[in-house]
Write a protein that binds this ligand. Sequence first.
Ligand SMILES: Nc1ncnc2c1ncn2[C@@H]1O[C@H](COP(=O)(O)OS(=O)(=O)O)[C@@H](OP(=O)(O)O)[C@H]1O
Length: 342
Amino acid sequence: MSNILSPLLGAIIQEDHNNSTQFYSLPSFLIIGVQKAGTTFYRNILNTHPILLGLNAPNREPHFFDLFYGSQQGNEMADRIKTYAHMSPLEGECDERLFFDCTPSYFDTFRFKYNFTPERVRAVFKGAIKVVVVLRDPVDRFHSWVKMKAKRTLTKDVYQGVIDQIGGDSGVFYENLVKRTPVHGKERGPLTSQGADFITDHVVNRGVLRGLYARYFREWAELHEGAGKIHIVIHDELTREPARVLNATAEWLGIEGYEITQEEMDTLNTRAGIVRTQHVESFEKYSRFFEEGGNEALRKYFSEIDDADGGLVHLLKKYSDASEDSLATVRGWYEKTPQLSD
Ligand SMILES: Nc1ncnc2c1ncn2[C@@H]1O[C@H](COP(=O)(O)OS(=O)(=O)O)[C@@H](OP(=O)(O)O)[C@H]1O
């Protein structure tokens, strides 16, 4: 096995088998998050570009750096790299397709004790990998996550479960969130969901803590500073102007743009639609709770933690290519809300 540098961005790996040579490519960039921000739609949009190809496209996430990293045949770095490269066989040395790995849980690997994916990615790519993050208002992301949960958890009324656990009072909900949030840089343990009660495991860890973007963004940005600016895609821009977002990504990669056709667009519009569960009454109770103060509590919480973690807008300015418009959108997510009423 030998490595040569691709004319574009990825590293190409060559393997000689008897009389034939097979080439593989490591991905040229990673879409690391965030879950529920429209990453599936973004991946599908990128896949329309003639030279871009998602690993395991179109429907599966590779999870190489979290779920499968420790379970390769052989744990030497060379074995790992080989396994990863085998996900993207090339048709010949001059095959110029660019592969990408879209695994939204890389951003904040909550199924483990702490997020070690940035370190692993650095170990494999020596820091030289491009990274994209799709961001969405953390309050909307929370609701999207609950909706997914309700869709998947058929036997349980998720909306009622959320209401029961948050106590139906936005002040109590807010206090609960603050109490259960690990302090940055100190306690990594509480991020594990193993053995946690419902609110910690589901509502807080997976629903809420995943929205602490500044915290995870800083980890990624600091470890990958040498690899250029992180590319930012904002959910609202992606869903409003997917063609523009595709070409902005192409420009960032240094490749030609692609004019996506209406026909391609129509097949890609993967919007999940409204999923409520069969428990209409509890869904209505849930919606009412959040409309009447729950959302305000969540926003206040996200805003305060964002401040304490150094501010996403500040970090994006320093480490990403986010435009002024994107920064203004992100700023809006963290606007301070009035004091919560008692
Ligand atoms: N085209 C388009 N327009 C508007 N919204 C869209 C579109 N495509 C995906 N989405 C919304 O993105 C949410 C799913 O995000 P992800 O694909 O990142 O989810 S996942 O992490 O892969 O589970 C999910 O959000 P919610 O509907 O709020 O749950 C999708 O509806």
